[in-house]
Structures are given as structure tokens and as C-alpha cells.
Design a protein around this ligand. Structure first.
Ligand code: ADP
Length: 364
């Protein structure tokens, strides 16, 4: 289908413009021309072409500048550069600026037709994949909102009723009833916990994380986490310790998600720790990266189970207060930061999770 396909040729050379128009005459493309960059850009805004051929060497604004502007106006417009001085450098430069391909003058009508066909196919595929990506994103959002509203909200309501009944506010409860109600409440609590973790996991969007990268101080992240976890650690008699040099360079990351990942690691270190044990967070600069380790001297993980612990829903020993999602959340967050995470562990001796993060640009 070539109907309604709009092509714009921006070239200061009249004979070149005419030659292109003639080549396209057999197809039913709607073809327009412009003799300079400014007129060309104006026409792009007006007619919204599918394909633009741009001469690199023009008086006034250059072909490269026109390419940049086209990308800003509509990144789905496909561009082909016409160059009379096809040095590899200018061709590479134009492709870096977003051009799909380049044509070297003089070119034959056959070459123009072929490159046009391929460029239009590329545009069709780009539009299709953008549409599918948007659709997938919408479905994901709809699913998240369905899970949180249709599943979580009623469960929270049921949980509150249990609290009212168990608190004796709805009349007396026999011991037998209390036991059953308490067991049911634990099940509901677990389900709510699972939904919360699952929602966290589905909300981690790598693209969003990359957009929010900022310079972050590791000490301040762990100070917040230790404050949050102090009570739980005390209940298990676990000492929390930080061994981070004061002059440690900042890292590049998204504060919210990194805090969540490190919180999960500290939370595990406490939950799988032994009464009277300790958890140590240390950090140092290593080969231009920042290495952060979270070590506990808890129950440890058997060697044959280690390859699976970052998988969704995996638990070495199923426990009522765990979902098997914590480490997959950590892994996803680290992947989005292009950070690596490793674990070493020995049963009955403890585990160490080590993360290698990128230094902030300001520190380089
Ligand atoms: P959860 O803790 O909710 O089960 P995670 O994904 O955080 O889920 O962890 C997966 C499994 O890895 C846990 O069930 C546990 O068996 C093991 N694990 C994680 N961290 C530790 C740790 N610090 N010490 C011992 N085992 C751990």
C-alpha cells in the first residue's frame, strides 16, 4: 500500500529534487519538496510526512541540524540522508542523529526506490512496535490497578473485621473460635503481604528508574533503613552495624527503589539471622565502582539452593512470613541500575550479599 504515504525531499539542488519526484511518479506517494531546511521543517509540521530525504550540505541550516529537529518533532518519521561527499564520518554522524540510512550522489532511481521501500518498512515496524509497547504498558497498569483494588482492598477490609472480632468488640469470643479466627487472620495477613510484594515487583519499571538516576549517599540510605528496622532487630537481639568510610563517593541510582532493595536485603539478614547475631553493612570503592555488602551470621543457604534464590516465589524453607519475592525485587532493581549482585553463603555460618554499583558522574 503506497496510498497516503507522504514523502518530503529537502534539497537545495533543484535537479536533484526533480529527479526524486520523477522517480516517485510511478508510485502513488504524495511527494512534496523544500529547497532549504527552514522551509522543510515548516512543511514537516504542516504535512506530517512518513519519510523525509534530507541533503546534508545545504546553505542556511545544515542537514544535520534538520535531522535533529525532525527527531524532536516526531521520532517516528523516518529519514534518509542524501550526501554528495559520502565520507564514512558524515554518514555515521547522520545515523547517530537518527537517520535510517544514506544515499550517495549520484544515485540511480532503482537505488532510491529500494532505500525508500526499506525506510518505509522500518517506519511501519517502528510504529507497530511502539503501539504494542503502549498497549502492553496499558495492560500492565490495568492489571496492577485490578490487583490492588479488587483483591487488596477487600482483603484489608476482612483483616479489619478480624481485628474487631478478636478485640472482643463484636461480642464475646470462645477460645475455640479465637484459635480459628487467629489462624484465618494469619492467612489473610500472608495474602496481603504477598499482594504488596507482588505489586512492588510489577511497579519496578527499568525505564523509569533509568530516567530518575541521581547522586546518592549510601550512608544516608542505610541510616534510614536501620532506623526502620531497629525494632525488629531488637526483638531478635540482632546488632545492626555499618562500616562505610565517610569519604565514600556517591553512587548513581534511583533513591526510592535502591532503598527498597537494600531494605529487603537487611530484612532478610534479620529474619534469617540467629538470636543474638549481627548484621554488618560495609561499602568501599573497588575498580572505579562502589561495592556494598550486607553480611549476616544467620542460618545461611545450602550451596545447591543458591542458584534459585533470586527466582520469583522461591523459598528454601517455606515460611509463614515470607513470599519468596523479596530477592527477585532486589534483582530486578539491580538489573535496572546495571548493577551486579552476588551471594556467598554457608549453612549455619551466614550469608553475604554483594552489590556492585556505578559511581555518580559527579564523582568521576
Ligand atoms: P522470602 O524471604 O520472602 O522468602 P526472598 O526472595 O527474599 O523471599 O528470599 C528467597 C529465599 O532465600 C528465602 O526464602 C530464604 O530461604 C533465602 N534467603 C534470602 N536471604 C537470606 C539470608 N540472608 N539468609 C538465609 N537465607 C536467605
Amino acid at each position: 500500500m503506497t496510498e497516503n504515504i507522504k514523502i518530503l525531499i529537502i534539497d537545495d539542488d533543484e535537479s536533484m529534487r526533480d529527479a526524486c519526484v520523477q522517480t516517485y511518479a510511478k508510485n502513488s506517494y504524495v511527494v512534496d519538496v523544500a529547497s532549504d531546511g527552514v522551509t522543510g521543517l515548516q512543511k514537516i509540521e504542516d504535512i506530517k510526512p512518513d519519510l523525509v530525504l534530507v541533503d546534508l550540505k545545504m546553505p542556511g541550516i545544515s542537514g544535520m541540524a534538520v535531522l535533529e529537529e525532525i527527531k524532536r518533532i516526531d521520532p517516528e518519521i523516518v529519514t534518509v540522508v542524501i550526501t554528495g561527499y559520502a565520507t564514512i564520518d558524515s554518514a555515521i554522524e547522520s545515523i547517530k542523529k537518527g537517520a535510517y540510512d544514506f544515499l550517495t550522489k549520484p544515485f540511480t532511481p532503482g537505488e532510491l526506490r529500494l532505500i525508500t521501500k526499506r525506510a518505509l518498512e522500518k517506519r511501519r515496524l517502528t510504529i507497530e512496535s511502539n503501539r504494542l509497547r503502549k498497549e502492553k504498558e496499558k495492560m500492565r497498569e490495568r492489571f496492577i490497578s485490578m490487583v490492588s483494588h479488587q483483591l487488596r482492598t477487600p482483603l484489608v477490609a476482612v483483616q479489619q473485621y478480624f481485628e474487631v472480632i478478636l478485640g472482643g468488640m463484636a461480642g464475646e469470643v470462645t477460645d475455640e473460635q479465637r484459635e480459628m479466627l487467629e489462624r484465618s487472620k494469619i492467612r489473610i495477613d500472608q495474602l496481603i503481604y504477598l499482594i504488596k510484594d507482588w505489586l512492588n515487583l510489577s511497579k519496578i519499571d527499568a525505564n523509569m528508574i533509568v530516567k530518575k538516576l541521581a547522586s546518592i549517599n549510601i550512608t544516608s540510605i542505610f541510616t534510614n533503613i536501620f532506623n526502620l528496622m531497629q525494632t525488629i532487630a531488637k526483638e531478635k537481639n540482632i546488632t545492626l552495624k555499618m562500616d562505610i568510610p565517610e569519604d565514600l563517593p556517591e553512587i548513581s541510582g534511583d533513591k526510592g527503589t535502591l532503598e527498597q532493595a537494600f531494605l529487603n536485603l537487611v530484612d532478610n539478614g534479620i529474619r534469617y539471622g540467629k538470636d543474638g547475631g549481627k548484621l554488618i553493612v560495609s561499602a568501599k570503592e573497588k575498580n572505579g565502582y562502589i561495592e556494598v555488602s550486607i553480611s549476616d551470621n544467620g542460618i545461611g543457604i545450602p550451596e545447591d539452593k543458591l542458584p534459585f534464590i533470586f527466582e520469583q516465589f522461591y523459598q528454601v524453607e517455606p515460611k509463614s512470613d515470607s513470599t519468596g519475592l523479596g530477592l527477585s525485587i532486589v534483582k530486578r532493581i539491580m538489573d535496572a541500575h546495571s548493577a551486579t549482585i552476588k551471594v556467598t553463603s554457608k549453612p549455619e555460618r551466614g550469608s553475604t550479599f554483594t552489590v556492585l554499583l556505578t559511581k555518580s558522574e559527579e564523582e568521576k
